[in-house]
Design a protein around this ligand. Sequence first.
Ligand SMILES: [Zn+2]
Length: 280
Amino acid sequence: MSCYIGLDIGGTKIMVKSIDTNTHQSILYKEPTPIDYLEGINLLHHLIKKAANGRKILGIGAAIGGPIDHKNHLVSPLHQPNWRDIPLKKIMEDKWQCPFYVDVDTNVAAFAEYTLGDYQQGRFLYITLSTGMGGGFILDGKIYQGLSHPEIAHQCITHPYNIVICECGASNCLEALVSGNGIRNIYKKPAEELNTREWDEVAYHLALGLRNIACILSPEVIVFGGGVSIGGGNKLLDLSANYLHKELKLVSSPKLILSTLGYDTALEGAVLFAQAKHLH
Ligand SMILES: [Zn+2]
C-alpha cells in the first residue's frame, strides 16, 4: 500500500492531497495557512500523515509562492513573510524519507495544464489572472526556469493616463492594470462589476502584454486560469485576441484558451511532481 502526496502551500490556505498508487483514489485536506512558519510546517506534517493514512509515501511534490533558491533548496514565499530561507526539501525528506520536489506555484500549475490539458504544444504558456498575476512557460515539455523564475506579469505596460505603481514596487507593471487587485485600484470596484467599456480597457491592456510575450517567446498556445480569467471568460479572451491579432505582423498569433482544470491547478501539478513526472 503506497501513495503520492501533493502540497499546495498558499498565502491563505494549505491543501494536501494523496493519490493511491493502485486505486488512484484521492484524499484531500484544506486548512488556513498559519502565520508562523513552524506552525505551518507542523500543520503540513499533520495533514500529510492523515492523507497518507498509514500507506508508504513514494514521493511528495509541492507548489509554493516564489522566490525559490533552487540551488540551496530554500523557499521564501513573498506572501508568507515569516517563511524566509526555509529548507523545505531537507525538512520534508528528513521527516518522510522520500523524494521531495518543489517549484513556484505558477510553474507547477503550468505543468499541470500542459500535462493534463488538451494543448501539448512545444512552446506553451500558462497565465494565472486572479488577485495577482503570474505565469509559467513550458518549453518542449520542460518547465523553463531562466536565471530566475520569469515574471510575465511585471513587464512594463504604459498606462495612457497615469503611472500605476505595482505591488512589487515597480511602476506600470501589467499586473497592476489587469489583475484583481489592479482592477480594484484603478476602477474602485471588483472585476465582476466592470461594465463593457471597462472590460474592453482591461482586455486591451492584457493584449499589450500578450503582444510582447508573443513577439519574444512566440508560444503556440496561452492557457488562462485564475478567478479574473474565468470570470471574464471567453469574452475577455476574444476581446484581447482581437487587439492582439491587429498588432502582430511578423509573428503568428498564439491561441488564447481558458483553463478547463478549474481552481486547483497547482495542487494537481504538485501531485504530478510527487511522481517526478516533470523530470521525464
Ligand atoms: Zn510589478
